[in-house]
Design a binder for this molecule. Sequence first.
Ligand SMILES: *[C@@H]1O[C@H](CO)[C@@H](O)[C@H](O)[C@H]1NC(C)=O
Ligand SMILES: *[C@@H]1O[C@H](CO)[C@@H](O)[C@H](O)[C@H]1NC(C)=O
Length: 180
Amino acid sequence: MKCIVFIIVFLNTFSNTFAWGFNYDCTDISILDTTFTSNNQISVTVHGPQRVSNPGHVPCCLQQGPMIIGNYIFYKSDPEYPIATIWEGRKWVNGYSEDNSVDPNDCIYESQTVCDEVYEGAINYTRVDNFDPSLFPDPGHFVTLSMDIYAHCEFDSSYKGRTFCYQGCTINHTADYSYP
Ligand SMILES: *[C@@H]1O[C@H](CO)[C@@H](O)[C@H](O)[C@H]1NC(C)=O
Ligand SMILES: *[C@@H]1O[C@H](CO)[C@@H](O)[C@H](O)[C@H]1NC(C)=O
């Protein structure tokens, strides 16, 4: 009995380990702009790839723009020593979620996904987050923003769900820390 419980727990852990994957491909991922404002906010515009429609293949559609952002930090010279962390781990962004991402299983049945009807976020996605200025250097210095950006992601609802992104990489963007 103990042995069976062990195997179930082990398989559980094992399958979750493989529930995430991505290609290290930055073909069409970039940060277009960062702006600090005096009310302690940072606005960043993240660019992601165009939508892709590939009927009859798996995946049959890929959605546009950035879809997941992870490990959003600021550092001065070494990313190992961030001065501020906006968030750790990965987060769906740009209106995406597991529920509206392309599911490769829906590409192989009679009732195929219609790519024109799939949710699409912005190609140039702008988000605004609060930061704590006490963690930053004096205005006029440079800081580097770093985030893991993922695009062309799909969510496979079988096997308890697996997210895979066909593009993804860590982007660093140095910005002048000054504001009006
Ligand atoms: C995104 O921004 C880039 C650079 O500013 C621009 O060339 C491109 O046309 C924009 N794309 C869209 C879909 O707005
Ligand atoms: C961003 O910085 C990290 C850490 O230095 C590095 O591993 C990564 O390759 C950089 N990303 C790009 C796109 O240059």
